[in-house]
Design a protein around this ligand. Structure first.
Ligand SMILES: [Zn+2]
Length: 464
């Protein structure tokens, strides 16, 4: 289904940003001379803005039905946007999720399956396409595992990092915007909040709202003891009630929502909002305690970590709530088409807006999780198959290599119906078998020797 072909290994050719066809012809000649084939002719279309809120569960936003008032700014944005109600990350860890969002390709194809792995230099990225088509490109990231050390600066004219959980990321984003806004631009703003550790501006914000249940779960001895126990990275004053930490997580969302609102207000004030394609999404969710998995992501196959918010504000398009399943792998195809630019040569995604316009209401989405042999999830709108291959995973999950849920009736994935003869399970099993035939790349290297990175990973709860 997806053709394998050699990838161009050269860096993008830099040319002055002139819309004239002369420069495009020169660009074509330059890249052709490197043996990479001629790039498609293109000119910049709409500005594109990516606002990524790390670790943000869709179902903790008002726009997705959450009762707490965590997200007034994002909810207002959703009312002007395409709201994808069933959107998923290809892998619930920051580095592979963002690699998938930028490349449109499933992370297992190129071996980026965990945090802090480097992007293969030959993997074509959305950013390079935009830069080659004449966009000014700028980024500000506050999560260490998507910075220049891992190749995420590829295709950017301005790439800045700011390890900050407050307003400094927005301030820096506006400074970057000022440098690129006079030309057609692509801006990526990546907020690390509400990723652990939880340090909201107001601890008490959601503590007394009647949604605060009381139970007690002990702390585990390591950062990774997230099954059946609380990880130490979240500990505050010895509190053992997970709902206390959920309230802190929600308060963190409210903080970052205010920053997203400030950024959107500024775009509107600079008269850039209505000429831009603006996407708000998350790289993955957070377990919080579902299925006995506490305040982590990456290790388990359920929708608490797989499902993400995905909002797309499209100039000239009426707002809509869309049930068609979507994945972050769809972003390059969708945005390039919406901006009138040529698609990347290879993709595992689709143009979501074209699919909606064509009347498509369902499709199969395959996602993965886990750190050894991958846990694989094959889902449609109404049903989901999970395949668990690793012995250690089986010990902490349900113990069944196959799990099957009718997610229309059981969105919490509580009643495992595997092996009960549901025809949908057989159909998803066939899709799984086909996926298992797809070649996988060896795992990409990690920057293990980087002492600064180790410190940063510990702060995010990723290393012991
Ligand atoms: Zn993340």
């Amino acid at each position: 289904m997806h053709r394998q072909q050699p990838l161009c290994t050269s860096r993008p050719q830099r040319v002055p940003r002139t819309r004239g066809t002369l420069w495009l012809a020169l660009l074509a000649a330059l890249t052709s001379a490197t043996g990479c084939g001629s790039p498609p002719a293109c000119e910049p279309g709409h500005n594109i803005v990516w606002i990524v809120v790390d670790t943000l569960r869709a179902d903790h936003l008002g726009a997705y039905g959450y009762p707490r008032d965590t997200s007034p700014a994002i909810d207002a944005f959703a009312r002007e946007s395409q709201t994808f109600r069933n959107a998923y990350t290809p892998r619930p860890k920051t580095t592979p999720a963002m690699a998938g969002a930028f490349s449109g390709r499933a992370p297992s194809r190129y071996g980026v399956t965990d945090v802090a792995q480097t992007l293969p230099p030959e993997l074509p990225l959305l950013t390079e396409r935009l830069q080659n088509c004449g966009y000014a490109t700028g980024a500000i990231v506050s999560n260490a595992v998507v910075d220049h050390r891992f190749g995420f600066d590829r295709g950017f004219d301005h790439f800045r990092k700011k390890h900050d959980r407050g307003g400094a990321v927005t301030d820096e984003a506006l400074a970057v915007l000022s440098e690129i806004e006079t030309e057609p631009f692509f801006l990526w703003v990546h907020y690390v909040k509400p990723h652990v550790p939880y340090k909201p501006a107001d601890d008490a914000r959601f503590m007394d709202d009647g949604l605060f249940a009381v139970e007690h779960v002990p702390f585990g001895d390591t950062y990774h003891a997230t099954f059946g126990s609380l990880p130490r990275v979240i500990e505050r004053e010895g509190q053992t009630n997970p709902h206390f930490y959920v309230a802190l997580y929600d308060s963190e969302i409210r903080d970052v929502d205010a920053e997203v609102g400030r950024l959107l207000d500024e775009l509107r004030g600079r008269k850039l909002l209505d000429s831009s394609l603006v996407a708000i999404f998350s790289d993955h969710g957070e377990s919080l305690g579902d299925q006995g998995y506490y305040f982590g992501h990456g290790k388990f196959p359920y929708d608490s970590t797989a499902r993400v918010p995905l909002l797309l504000r499209v100039p000239g398009r009426s707002p809509a709530r869309i049930d068609l399943p979507a994945t972050l792998l769809d972003l390059p195809a969708t945005l390039l088409a919406a901006a009138g630019l040529p698609a990347l040569e290879e993709t595992d995604g689709i143009d979501l807006l074209a699919a909606v316009d064509a009347g498509l209401t369902d499709r199969t989405i395959i996602t993965e999780s886990g750190f050894r042999k991958p846990q694989i999830q094959v889902r449609r709108r109404d049903a989901k198959l999970i395949y668990v291959q690793d012995e250690k995973d089986l010990e902490v999950l349900r113990g069944n290599p196959y799990e099957f849920y009718r997610t229309d009736a059981d969105p919490g994935e509580v009643n495992d119906l595997a092996g009960r003869g549901d025809p949908a399970e057989a159909e998803l099993r066939r899709e799984l078998e086909a996926w298992l035939e797809v070649p996988r790349a060896p795992k990409r290297p990690k920057l293990e020797d980087d002492q600064r990175l180790k410190k940063q990973l510990r702060a995010l709860g990723y290393a012991e």
